[in-house]
Design a protein around this ligand. Sequence first.
Ligand SMILES: Cc1cc2nc3c(=O)[nH]c(=O)nc-3n(C[C@H](O)[C@H](O)[C@H](O)COP(=O)(O)OP(=O)(O)OC[C@H]3O[C@@H](n4cnc5c(N)ncnc54)[C@H](O)[C@@H]3O)c2cc1C
Length: 465
Amino acid sequence: MSNSSKYDLVVIGGGPAGYAAAIRAGQLGKKVACVEQERPGGTCLNWGCIPSKALLKSAELYSKIQHSEDLGISVKDVSYDFSKIIGRSRNVSETMANGIGFLFKKNKVDHFVGTGSITVPGMVEIIDGKDKGTNLSTERILIATGCKPRRLPDLEVDGERVMTSRQALEMRKQPKSIVIVGAGAIGAEFAYFLNTFGTKVTLVEMLDQVLPVEDHETAAVVAREFKKQGIDCRTSTAVKNIKVGKSNVTMDLVKDGATETIKAESILLAIGVIANTEGLFSSRVKPELDRGYVKVDDNYESTVKGVFAAGDIIGPPWLAHVATYEAIQAVNGMFGHGKPKKVTDFPGCTYCLPQVASIGKTEKKLKEEGVAYKVGKFPFQASGKAVASNQPVGFVKLIVGEKYGEILGAHIVGSDATEMIAEYGLGMKLEATAEEIHNTIHAHPTLSEAMMEAAAAVFGEAIHI
Ligand SMILES: Cc1cc2nc3c(=O)[nH]c(=O)nc-3n(C[C@H](O)[C@H](O)[C@H](O)COP(=O)(O)OP(=O)(O)OC[C@H]3O[C@@H](n4cnc5c(N)ncnc54)[C@H](O)[C@@H]3O)c2cc1C
């Protein structure tokens, strides 16, 4: 079956890159289709950002209730229902994903269900699913097929003993104990979530800090707080010899040549992602790939003319907001709405407690690059709002160029860090200096005052430290 008239754009994949691209093309009045093999929304809405944040909200509330005595409030007989927590997360996911269907209709995006395969440039065939057999003729194609969790060879993911984030987001039974392999954002968030509800969590990271991409000082605060919360964090540690039994998993933790064998009810692999290109290309379409990711030029066009790509499928950073940005840039560019912009500075957030948010470079990176910089730091302990809110953990750290004071990097650890980082993002975009941030009146009392005070601290002029 062939869909009669030709599309301006066919998007393959309906995640934050794909749905945003399709909607943007619709806004530009283009004839556009989006082919998605599952529910629209992609990893983000269905198996990533949104359902995980729903779980974390339950954990945050539970731990706040447990500490309510600090604020003079006694709450007796607090309990939780794990299946309801998971159920709520799935419902949130469904609500948000259904919203994409509405947006498709509003923007006149034709939605096809099934796996899209590029037979030749200008032709997408749906090779399975509800719309199997449909051929879509199109001027341009945007690949937005994203990634899936990386697994380990010879280790079957059964959803109970062995999980990736996907199975963990819908686990029916709370494990009594779990080993989480990988202490990046996803591993750290699951560690916080499960530990809060009493699962004995061992968080294992091969590199020398939790949250390896973050600034060493913010990561150290998370490691310290995780330890206080009861999470067993092992860094510079490799997991080997995983053996799956009927009711538990055993494995070796190897650090500095010493081996310790441990046992847990489950193991969760949070060891990164791999590109989704299965079935995507016929033998006649062979865009250049780099470690599995589609290689693109400054216009987000692959080495096959008329075939573009954006989002996780073009490689790191694997973040929803970056995926959306790239996709919109790609669509604007292909339809003559300005030269597509490349991704330069982008925030990265981890939503455990304390939260971590950063933008720009770490001190380590700047040292490697030999860039001269100054640091301003302000602890939440000195923030009236943070102390009044019983949230004194963490700090704001601002790194600026030594000569001009422009923002090179910003690192926040503490409550609501993920909501605050946007101010420094805008500052970077507008090339604001530490002096300008220092001279911006911030409302009192707010946590964001700490961002102004960190800027003041660059000059040794913070008032409250
Ligand atoms: C547990 C978890 C938590 C996360 N939390 C965050 C967070 O807090 N913040 C953040 O920024 N990022 C987070 N991420 C990452 C984020 O989800 C991704 O960066 C984002 O979804 C990438 O968007 P995308 O559109 O490129 O790909 P995806 O969202 O993966 O979408 C790709 C879509 O393409 C479909 N598809 C694949 N192949 C085909 C095909 N051949 N035909 C048709 N359809 C196809 C897939 O079914 C999928 O729906 C998280 C990820 C995980 C796993």
